[in-house]
Ligand binder design. Sequence first.
Ligand SMILES: [Zn+2]
Length: 109
Amino acid sequence: MADRAPRLGDVIDDYCPRCRLLLNHDVTSLFGDDVAKVTCRTCHNAHDYRHAQVPPKRKSKKGDKKTLMEQVLASMPKPPEPPPPPPAPARKKRDLWAEVERIKGQKKD
Ligand SMILES: [Zn+2]
């Protein structure tokens, strides 16, 4: 009973991609007994009938968050590398030689 075939000029609810809202539309084109095209009564944008289906919102929030996190991590300065171990001090060697010389001198004495 309620399934009366739509006719041109009927006002039906549909999702307007321009207004991004479920709004009244005029039926402007039929395909058999189905509505093919509608015109938004608010912005007069003609588009395919979407059967009043609101498209799911893009689930990019999580991805954006991850991307944002990655961006933050990427923008953060890398932790400084540990300083390289100091080169073997030549002083020790010198001291060793000095010690040898000292011992030699002691032996001489
Ligand atoms: Zn519209």
